[in-house]
Design a protein around this ligand. Structure first.
Ligand code: FAD
Length: 381
């Protein structure tokens, strides 16, 4: 069997679902191919919540993309009737000179983003679950909150189908070839021709995009749901912010309010430091020493959060050396666009990544600032 499309999108996870929806909305004949089912938990886009924030400590040049993403989230909510983005406010905590605090402050000031800098006493008064030591400060950002990853994938898949995209699940792509004007995509079931190929394979990128130029490493992370001691009431999303807290050793522990109410717990995890893995070799068990390390980091900071573990789930980051994404034309194949290497912080950008990739496919360029994501950028020394 063989069929011809304007564009084949490989991978219908967080990014690919948005790319397929945007391309189909622009009138292209789209085929989406996905290894697993819709909104599964074997990749990078599951676990019920993803943090979203604007005072980006990573780099101020993400801000225009973040602002476009917020608009995008609200648009998808309107178009599908699905609530996706919840603002709770966010606290970026640590020593005044820590990357988390100083970087967030720099970005907030540079872009005139609404924020407050709170000292330890003010933090304890405003947010009584937090027990910071005297040298800790917090940047409070009212526009921070969380988005819902599984619902986002479902909403974008629904939009794609509504705009006549064809979506095939449980159909992994085994290989592809590109010429100057077209691409061939092969699965166990069929071969497809298209004018353009978009690769959004998440943690499978190293095996599907061998000659990308940017080295990618896949890392394993565990997310833990802890049951707050004394009950969830102080942690409900109408009164508790999302937070990132940088420890003295540079590690960052982060957490969410009790999104699911009593019995659901609060999700917490470390941001970096995951073990190298591949999608085939990742250890999906979660060990007592791992949850104990997270609890240990919380005991002196949010003591009531360091309660019993209700559940835990593993997830993968696909990391570039500089932790900036890879979004752009494949260096060797003008008919191939890649969106991968989201390095553990991509989800909040899903709607704008959909727009950028659709711009690249339909126009050959994008008005969004994407220099950081150039597949041909120099590697950090
Ligand atoms: C624990 C954890 C916490 C995170 N927290 C945050 C956060 O708070 N805020 C934030 O912004 N980001 C966060 N992220 C990062 C964010 O979730 C990811 O950047 C994002 O989900 C990546 O989306 P993706 O589409 O690249 O990958 P995925 O959603 O995994 O999609 C890739 C898809 O490609 C499919 N696929 C792969 N190979 C093939 C093939 N050969 N054929 C067909 N299909 C294929 C896969 O099955 C999968 O469905 C977190 C990630 C993790 C793991």
């Amino acid at each position: 069997m063989s069929a011809t499309y304007d564009v084949v999108v490989v991978g219908l996870g967080g990014m690919g679902s948005a790319v397929a929806a945007e391309l189909a909305a622009r009138g292209l004949r789209v085929l989406g191919l996905e290894r697993f089912g819709p909104a599964h938990d074997a990749g990078s886009s599951h676990g019920g919540s993803r943090m979203i924030r604007q005072a980006y400590f990573e780099d101020p040049s993400y801000v225009p993309l973040l602002l476009a993403s917020y608009e995008g989230w609200r648009r998808v909510e309107r178009d599908t009737g699905q609530p996706l983005l919840t603002l709770t406010g966010g606290l970026m905590m640590g020593a005044e000179r820590s990357r988390t605090v100083a970087g967030s402050l720099r970005t907030a000031r540079q872009w005139g983003l609404e924020h407050e800098l709170l000292d330890a006493a003010a933090l304890r008064r405003r947010f009584p679950t937090f027990t910071p030591g005297p040298h800790v400060v917090g940047l409070y950002e009212p526009q921070a909150g969380f988005v819902h990853p599984e619902r986002s994938v479902g909403a974008h898949l629904a939009l794609a189908e509504r705009a006549d995209a064809q979506l095939a699940f449980f159909e992994p792509v085994t290989s592809w070839q590109a010429s100057a004007s077209s691409v061939q995509v092969h699965t166990a079931r069929a071969s497809y021709s298209a004018g353009h190929l978009v690769l959004c394979p998440g943690a499978w990128a190293p095996e599907l995009i061998e000659d990308l130029g940017v080295p990618l490493k896949v890392e394993r992370y565990a997310q833990f749901w802890l049951d707050p001691v004394g009950g969830v009431t102080p942690y409900l999303p109408d009164r508790h912010p999302v937070f990132v807290w940088e420890l003295e050793d540079g590690r960052q522990v982060y957490g969410f309010p009790a999104l699911d109410g009593p019995g659901g717990g609060c999700k917490t995890a470390f941001f970096r430091g995951g073990a190298l893995c591949t999608p085939a070799t990742i250890d999906r068990r979660v060990y007592e020493y791992e949850v104990e390390a997270v609890r240990d980091s919380l005991r002196s900071r949010l003591p009531t959060l360091a309660g019993p573990m209700l559940r835990a789930v593993t997830c993968m980051y696909t990391c570039t050396p500089d932790h900036h994404f890879v979004v752009g034309r494949h260096p060797d194949h003008p008919q191939v666009t890649v969106a991968c290497g989201f390095s553990g912080h991509g989800f909040k950008f899903v709607p704008v990544v959909g727009e950028i990739v659709a711009d690249l496919v339909t126009e050959g360029s994008t008005g969004h600032p994407t220099a950081l994501f150039d597949p041909s950028r120099p590697r950090p020394a």
